[in-house]
Design a protein around this ligand. Sequence first.
Ligand code: ZN
Length: 332
Amino acid sequence: MNSKLAKLNLYLPLFPVTSVGSFPKPDWLISARVDFKNDKIDRAKLVELEKKATDEWIEYQDKAGIDIIVDGEMYRGDMVAYFAELLPGFAKGGLVRSYGNRFYNKPIINDEIKWLGPMTLGWWRYAQSKTKRPVKGMLTGPYTIMDWSFNEYYPDRRAAAMALAECIRREVEALIDAGCKVIQIDEPAVSVRPDEIDIAIETMNVITEGQNAYFITHICYGAFEKIYPKMLEIPVDNIDLEMSNSDLDMLELFKKHPFTKDISFGVVDVHSHLLEPVEVIENRIIKATEYIPKEQIWVDPDCGLKTRTIEESKAKLDNIMSAVKNLRQKLP
Ligand SMILES: [Zn+2]
């Protein structure tokens, strides 16, 4: 096991299981969010329902035996807008198409970005109070927030990302002070612009240097072959990668350059309704052990499950748990 985990008194079984972050919201919460926008319910009522939905997801994960819990992000819409709305320096932008038919309000950086106080701590505390298992702190990385925003204030993209990195570092410090031991910094945009990976490395260093927590970064599928092995220089303990929707083709890259960190290995495709059978998931994990020492392997879905239904998400996670339990017996 990673020595950092032992130092943090986190003793995890073989193939620790976690989730990337988001879960689907129940229908009653989706309509409550619309009602809130239309002033039909107040914020207190909305938060009450967000807490109820969070409770249900934590109870499910606890019962399923998932090792590192996430809060499911019931209170978030978009992973970048959530932070842009809480940090001064941003204005709300117009609707922009990101992929497929997904539209989002691309935030505009038009002033100095500052951290005024915790943005995720309250939800982390709430979630952690509901379970004895560790809850992951979940933050969007500075590179991705910068990349998914318009910059009209800072001289260049690096400067904007560095200003954001200072804010995310403060948020990390607040989480650690409250007892959070595992923190994930999502950087899905990193695989899209391989020429800017140095900015992602430099900003992650601002966030993680000297901090007493186990850090994970999640990167979605993109030009992996162009950022590997360079991606191993991102100063985190664990890189969480979307592996399954590309048929594990990235494993070939690990043959040339060994994967030197822990990995959160995506074993189910989040873009597919298809439920991967337990045996398929077991085989994917076994395949991973041929390229990476098994002590370095964590297991999770490829990406956030919010694109699936609640039933599909639970079925995928249940099958992951069954596969991992079988392998813990077979590969002691
Ligand atoms: Zn992803």
